[in-house]
Design a protein around this ligand. Structure first.
Ligand code: ZN
Length: 78
């Protein structure tokens, strides 16, 4: 289940809740897309530009809230 609160994306999973900040929809650099084209751009041979994340957000950073602890691991008999 996903919930969006402004710029925050909240994902509810069975074991944890993940919260991540999304790109700024008013950003001048990415226009809310979250990616900035870097590199040579589209060339003669159809190369596509490299996409880098915009500084208005960090796609690799999120908050994870575990909902319960793992059960204690069972010891193997040997
Ligand atoms: Zn941006």
């Amino acid at each position: 289940m996903n919930i969006r609160l402004g710029r925050w994306q909240v994902e509810y999973h069975q074991r944890a809740i993940h919260i991540q900040k999304q790109p700024d929809p008013k950003c001048q650099q990415c226009k809310g897309n979250g990616d900035i084209a870097r590199g040579p751009g589209v060339g003669l041979y159809g190369e596509e530009p490299d996409l880098a994340p915009c500084p208005c957000w960090d796609p690799y950073r999120s908050l994870r809230i575990p909902l319960w602890c793992k059960p204690a691991q069972e010891a193997w008999p040997f």
